[in-house]
Design a protein around this ligand. Sequence first.
Ligand SMILES: Cc1cc2nc3c(=O)[nH]c(=O)nc-3n(C[C@H](O)[C@H](O)[C@H](O)COP(=O)(O)OP(=O)(O)OC[C@H]3O[C@@H](n4cnc5c(N)ncnc54)[C@H](O)[C@@H]3O)c2cc1C
Length: 396
Amino acid sequence: MSRIVVLGGSFGGLTAAFELKRLLGKKADVTVVSDDDRFVFLPSLPWLIMGWRKPEDITLKVSEILKPKEIDFVHDAAKQVDAESSKVITAKGKELPYDFLVISTGPHLSFDEIPGLGPDRGHTDCTFTLDHALRAGQSWKKILENPGPIVVGSSQMVSCFGPSYELAFEMDTELRRRKIRSKVPILYLTSEPYLGHMGVGGLGKSKRFMEDEFAERDIKPLISQAIEEVTPGEIKLKDGTKLPFKLAMIAPPFKGVPAVMPLGNPRGFIPVDKNYRHTKYKNIFAVGVTMAIAPPEATPVPTGVPKTGFMTVKMAKIAAATIAAGITGKTPPPPSEIGVVCLMDMGNTAAYMKAYPVLPPRQSSYTKKTIWAKWMKVRFEKYFLWKMKRGLSNLP
Ligand SMILES: Cc1cc2nc3c(=O)[nH]c(=O)nc-3n(C[C@H](O)[C@H](O)[C@H](O)COP(=O)(O)OP(=O)(O)OC[C@H]3O[C@@H](n4cnc5c(N)ncnc54)[C@H](O)[C@@H]3O)c2cc1C
């Protein structure tokens, strides 16, 4: 029986584990290691901040959904991967030998790279984890009670821009509903070289689209910016500009998590081939945020390429099928390009964004505002949680 260890219990880790068990059954002993026993549907965190969702609406217990599929769960953080002797060492000192390893540990949110950034040791809020989003929700409530300027956006080295756009649009919508928009200037601060770049060189007309929407909604953009430091109530940019705020919701620089840093590039993102196999260690696979994609172009302020949930699930399926083929002696799936599909909430409506492949030059790429994208986004949340709860990873 092959021993397969999966690091991470989210989009990539759970999909890979379910797929491996489905494809291999008794031929494989699959163990998921995660420092969090919760699967959180992260795309709904902006709605949680706005007060439109509660944690229990978007959270599943990982140990409970793995059990019926006979997948073992270790509730612990991986501390080190010993790639030479094929074993994982956990923070509690457990050693887990493997024949194959799938890494899907997501990003390390690197607040420490910018003095004063972040909710734990700094002065800004963030939407990237459930705990941070809960705190951000409290800060948002304070703005509704005592309005003042908001800065929302992304620092240098971010590789996930969508949630900041969503929050800017959602805040605008909610403030208008409450008839207090004129008391809350919204500034969208970003490392992107232009609005709608999103780390992928734009999607169709996304540049013009965002410019028009921001103009109509009176959201002031400040592009191509790097943050020097944050002090209480003020962001200082590298060019010396000072931005006062009452609420700042800023995405931090992304890195790989410490346990997998040695397997990756200088920022800890893991180099893989088109089947998501490590370029050096052939029994290690990396999917989702943790794998490396080179940016499509050098930007004046460094930005990273996003790996969305949609992309992560596709990667996990390809990695699992490749491992299963290796074990059963079948032909592995052919290397294939993946694309990106994104339903971006805009508060009172939404945008459907698509690019294939992810980076230019592309076969197809567009951005379109449509109310049905909003309905799809709500339905997709329910569908994905339903699917994960039952381990139905074979569904789209
Ligand atoms: C606010 C927000 C909104 C988003 N909106 C969208 C959207 O609308 N559409 C879309 O497609 N995508 C969206 N995304 C992106 C999507 O959520 C990510 O692509 C997806 O979560 C990536 O999955 P992952 O498994 O690679 O990493 P993550 O989801 O980050 O999961 C990492 C997992 O690894 C675990 N872990 C971390 N370190 C260790 C360790 N040392 N040992 C063991 N376990 C560890 C974590 O606990 C977690 O379970 C959004 C993301 C955020 C944050």
